[in-house]
Write a protein that binds this ligand. Structure first.
Ligand code: MP5
Length: 215
């Protein structure tokens, strides 16, 4: 049985921001059918940019993965990310929504942080960031699913991030983080994970408030 101590420690330390994130008004209003559709559309536009850069992040991580097990698992995830882009594109087509938008400061900050970690951080830090981002979406969308089930117009998104396959991928990623990090690295992992949790909160807040460049 794998040791989950590291994962528990990371989640425990990040609990205040994690709870604020999963209880964010954007998610609460989404889960109760009160979220204005323009707010959701803004999230679609910004998260599309996020997933596009997520693919570049994964490619960097695959290139430096030390063994076949890690490379193959990440490669499967890259295919899933690519298919996810289709959900955004189908939705945007139906709504006549432009997807070629400029990333907001928070979106750009978060994706720059991801890419910088994959390029210059340790393998453990990079896995901590990826596990954090995926676990955050699993937990956030699970709160929506508890309230709404698979309700339209959000069913494909809810299903995407709460399916048993997605849960298994998040668990697998956590196991890889444990496997590829040493206790000497834990302070750095905690910093990387906490920054990820903070960016996750900020991302919901940014799409909820529509915060973009001042000029
Ligand atoms: C994810 C996401 C999950 N789509 N957006 C943010 C802001 N955080 C995490 O990543 P993926 O690649 O969609 O599973």
């Amino acid at each position: 049985m794998m040791s989950t101590t590291l994962l528990d420690e990371l989640l425990t330390e990040a609990r205040p921001i994690w709870e604020a994130m999963t209880a964010h008004p954007f998610l609460r209003e989404l889960a109760t059918g009160r979220l204005p559709r323009e707010r959701f559309d803004f999230w679609v536009q910004q998260d599309y940019r996020f997933v596009q850069d997520g693919l570049r992040f994964l490619a960097l991580l695959i290139a430096r993965a030390p063994d076949e097990e890690l490379r193959r698992g990440l490669l499967d995830a890259a295919v899933a990310f690519r298919n996810e882009l289709t959900i955004f594109e189908d939705y945007a087509r139906q709504r006549g929504l432009q997807l070629e938008v400029e990333p907001t400061p928070v979106c750009l900050g978060y994706t720059s942080f991801l890419l910088a970690t994959a390029a210059t951080g340790s393998l453990g830090e990079t896995l901590a960031v990826l596990w954090g981002a995926e676990k955050a979406y699993y937990d956030a969308w699970s709160t929506v699913r508890q309230a709404l089930g698979l309700a339209e117009p959000y069913a494909r998104w809810i299903e995407n991030w709460t399916s048993p396959q997605f849960a298994a991928w998040v668990d697998w990623l956590g196991a890889q983080l444990v496997r590829w990090s040493s206790s000497a690295e834990y302070p750095a992992l905690r910093r990387a994970f906490l920054a990820t949790a903070r960016y996750e909160y900020l991302f919901w807040d940014m799409v909820y408030t529509g915060t973009t460049w001042p000029i």
